[in-house]
Write a new protein. Structure first.
Ligand SMILES: Cc1ncc(C[n+]2csc(CCOP(=O)(O)OP(=O)(O)O)c2C)c(N)n1
Ligand SMILES: [Mg+2]
Length: 570
């Protein structure tokens, strides 16, 4: 027995995919047959992780790729399962995370002409005009498998596209008869399907950029996802240490520059915070950042010189986007930083006194920022504050911990108080569709079984994550992690947004924002019921540290824990 499905699964294995997050249906008999056949013959294939909801499957694949750089596979059921990927496909696409998605398609014969022909009523309902169209706009590539003869080429091409910068999800679909088709095995040399090589800058451009950088009085680097490459962080630290350049992390997707480096000047999230260092800058190096600033909140001066460097500097997938800049480079951040650092050495450092004055000024700014953060962590009153909570969580964080952050109106508080300083120690969804936290934590834990994963989430985002499914999977696949819910009993964000547009509107005057949840709901018990998680609710600041300690011990012993921590209500 060797079918299109056998070749398809073999191709995933050849390409180094470790996991298939799967939600099966009537489109997958051939895949199920091939999986069982392989299991019986001890033939190595990616491990199947049964995922009772597609959103969680996709989020897990995203988390795995964020933590490892390696794309995994998601298999879903026809157009219905494709639709259930929902916002998770938005997250992977916007955050530029490689994921391989496959969906079956309804059979295209109805009288038994071929193996796999229609035999269930749903085959008529699930036959839609443009299944691939559901994913278009959120994938880098989509195609239909039409024969087993070149299915491997389609899989390898898809993964090549997914892994090439800017990375992102890809989608293949295959009708039932095609996936059943008997075919001949083909051998592939996967070395010939590598992602495209990283781009550098032309020599003259490097000279111009470095000349401007060295002449600038107040340069700044702004970045959001440069930290996806560990080596790029090392190069950025080298650059910023050498020339005393401050760094602003805007909507960080990961740890891009260590929070404890004196050149770190904080984060830009959605708060109405000014950023004096950005506003004073005369040169901005925006490198790997979709949204380096929000013009209505804070932005560089009109006459600041901007260099924009990104794998996708045109943002053709964002209908409204512009940052008038002196130069736009479609280039790899690591390569460019190496080029800049080499050029600086070649030129020899100039004007040491200006650099050391700047170093002193930025260090003072950094130290004052840290003092403010430490002060804010002091618990006041008898309701746990998000600042105090995060400071207590920080005490659990060691060299081996990964923190996931989907705390929404507490994004800023969490990044400030966790202060990530190690590559790969901190992740956010990198985009805008809520619920990533649970699935992503499973993915990170699968990628790094030896690490301790702590997932911080708003109560709304916890519910969006489908916690019943998350904890069903976490127990079944032995991926224990600690969830801490920043529970304000509702959605603070839409309230915040309303006040941002209508500071004195009727909603404010009536104090009615339509964002409050059932106050009796015991969120942690969902995880206890479905995944045997240790579940606890905490509202007493004096008990918080003790409960956190018990919870992390549970996780380290192999059992998930969920703490529902009550913070001031929306
Ligand atoms: C899938 C999805 N639905 C709705 C929204 C709109 N939205 C943005 S933030 C937010 C509230 C999140 O609530 P929670 O996680 O409790 O954080 P809080 O706002 O309370 O800090 C909502 C509903 C969204 N971004 N994504
Ligand atoms: Mg909330």
């Amino acid at each position: 027995m060797y079918t299109t499905s056998t070749a398809f699964l073999e191709a995933l294995q050849e390409a180094g995919v470790s996991y298939i997050f799967a939600n099966f249906g009537s489109d997958h008999p051939a895949i199920i047959e091939s999986l069982t056949d392989a299991a019986k013959k001890n033939k190595k294939l990616p491990k199947v992780i049964i995922s009772p909801h597609e959103f969680v499957a996709m989020s897990a694949a995203q988390g795995y790729a964020q933590a490892s750089g390696e794309p995994q596979a998601v298999i879903v059921h026809v157009e219905c399962g494709t639709q259930n990927l929902g916002g998770a496909i938005h997250n992977a696409f916007k955050a530029k995370v490689p994921v391989f998605v496959f969906a079956g398609a309804s059979p295209y014969t109805q009288e038994g002409e071929m193996l796999g022909s229609r035999n269930e009523f749903i085959h008529w309902f699930q036959d839609v005009n443009d299944q691939r169209g559901i994913m278009r706009g959120y994938t880098k590539y989509d195609n239909e498998i039409r024969t087993g003869k070149n299915v491997k080429q389609l899989v390898h091409r898809s993964l090549q596209i997914a892994k090439s910068e800017p990375q992102g999800p890809v989608y293949l679909m295959g009708p039932r008869e095609t996936m059943e088709e008997e075919t001949d095995p083909i051998k592939m040399d996967v070395k010939l399907w590598e992602p495209i090589s990283p781009s550098t800058l032309p020599e003259q451009e490097v000279s111009d950029l470095v000349a401007d950088l060295m002449a600038a009085k107040n340069p700044i680097v702004v970045t959001s996802y440069l930290g996806k490459k560990e080596e790029a962080v090392v190069e950025l630290i080298k650059l910023c240490d050498t020339l005393a350049i401050p760094v602003l992390e805007s909507v960080p997707q990961t740890m891009n520059f260590p929070a404890d480096n004196p050149m770190h000047t904080g984060y830009q999230w959605n708060e109405d915070k000014q950023h004096p260092v950005l506003e004073e800058a005369d040169l901005v190096l925006a490198i790997d950042s979709d949204i380096p600033w929000i013009p209505t909140k804070n932005k560089p001066k009109q006459d600041a010189t901007i260099y924009y460097i990104d794998a996708d500097p045109l943002k053709e997938d964002m209908p409204l986007w512009y940052i008038p800049s002196k130069r736009f480079y479609r280039a790899d951040s690591l390569q460019v930083l190496k080029q800049i650092n080499t050029k600086i050495v070649e030129r020899g450092k100039k004007d040491d006194s200006a650099i050391s004055t700047r170093r002193e000024e930025i260090t003072i700014f950094h130290n004052e920022m840290k003092k403010r953060i430490a002060k804010a962590a002091e618990q006041k009153g008898d309701i746990i504050t998000p600042e105090f909570l995060t400071a207590c969580v920080k005490e659990l964080v060691d060299e081996n911990t990964v923190v996931m952050n989907e705390t929404i109106t507490n994004f800023g508080v969490v990044t400030d108080h966790i202060g990530p300083s190690k590559t790969g120690s901190h992740y956010s969804s990198g985009a805008g569709s809520l619920g990533w936290n649970g699935g992503a934590a499973i993915g990170v834990k699968l990628a790094h079984p030896d690490k301790t994963v702590i997932s911080l989430t708003g109560d709304g985002s916890y519910l969006f994550s489908i916690p019943s499914v998350v904890h069903t999977m976490a127990e079944q696949y032995n991926t224990p992690f600690l969830t801490i819910i920043y529970n304000n009993f509702g959605w603070n964000a839409p309230k915040h947004s309303t006040l941002g547009v209508h500071p004195d509107g009727i909603a404010k005057n009536e104090n009615q924002f339509w964002v409050n949840f059932n106050p009796n709901s015991e969120l942690a018990k969902v995880a206890e019921a479905t995944g045997n998680a240790y579940a606890e609710t905490v509202d007493d600041p004096n008990k918080l540290k003790e409960v956190l300690k018990i919870a992390i011990e549970q996780v380290k012993k192999g059992r998930s824990a969920v703490l529902d921590v009550r913070i001031p209500k929306v």
